[in-house]
Design a protein around this ligand. Structure first.
Ligand code: ADP
Length: 255
């Protein structure tokens, strides 16, 4: 099997009137199809910058990023982005929100509409199809935001602190919910989070980035002895405290 995502020797600095801010320095890694990668690192080290580069929203100053062998580009549906805010539009129903990407691309074909219907049904949102976003809980809104992305059939999902606006208890259940959808849809995913437990409980591997300009300081493959692979259950795995300690030490070292 070949990697779906190849990040090779990527660097980026921001240039403003007040000077240059080096954000990323020589970042390289591969991601296999279906893999889940979590990225942690000190605040302001360049995590969101890395996601924006993978999404093709920024161009690297050096190096290259390819998805399925092709350079990433802005506007491509191959990469889906999920953010802390769901950005659902209040004046549209949930169904109309979910169709937004297809509508903008003028791709409201019978086949794609039936896929959208199917996703709504499988993931329990069909009874909210005519509701406005404000009528849904925070968790249901995040589920709707994910489905809006999945309708476009992305190969790779980028998740930038998608649960951090939720209260702790909701966060745990929504995290489980979103993880199960991502796994059922067999998507490859990259999550940026500052929550170490979340990073471990979701991922096949965790990268720790150094302080700015970010490099990959440590790569931790996660292997938990678990029968139920839900992120909530993962927190009770015997290996969990070991991984937490490893990540904590790498990070405190950095900050
Ligand atoms: P993180 O996601 O790890 O908190 P970011 O990737 O958002 O970090 O930012 C990395 C660094 O680049 C920060 O120091 C930030 O202030 C700076 N930065 C981010 N975006 C811009 C921009 N558009 N112009 C100038 N500097 C920026």
């Amino acid at each position: 099997m070949n990697p779906i995502l190849k990040v090779r020797d990527v660097c980026l600095s921001y240039h403003t009137l007040s000077g240059e801010t080096p954000a990323l320095s020589h970042i390289s890694f591969d991601l296999m199809p279906g893999e889940f990668l979590s990225i942690v690192g000190p605040s302001g080290c360049g995590k969101s910058t890395l996601l924006n580069l993978i999404a093709g929203l920024l161009a690297p100053e050096c190096g290259s990023i390819t998805l399925d062998g092709k350079p990433v580009s802005a506007g491509s549906t191959a990469v889906g982005y999920m953010l802390q805010k769901d950005h659902l539009l209040e004046w549209r129903s949930i169904y109309k929100n979910i169709l937004l990407g297809l509508e903008i691309r003028k791709e409201l074909t019978p086949e794609k509409l039936s896929h959208a219907e199917e996703l709504l049904r499988i993931y329990g949102l069909d009874r909210f199809r005519d509701a406005r976003p404000s009528q849904l809980s925070g968790g249901m809104r995040q589920r709707a935001a994910l489905i809006r992305t999945l309708v476009l059939k992305p190969e790779l999902l980028l998740l930038d602190e998608p649960f951090s606006a939720l209260d702790y208890q909701t966060r745990l259940t929504v995290c489980d919910d979103i993880y199960k959808i991502i796994k059922k849809e067999e998507k490859t995913a990259v999550l940026v989070t500052h929550d170490l437990s979340e990073a471990i409980s979701l991922a096949d591997k965790v990268y720790v980035l150094s302080a700015r300009p970010a490099t990959i300081k440590a790569a931790l493959p996660i292997q938990l002895t678990l029968q139920d692979s839900s992120p909530l259950a993962a927190r009770n795995a015997p290996e969990f405290p070991y991984y937490f300690k490893q990540l904590w030490e790498e990070l405190t070292d950095e900050t």
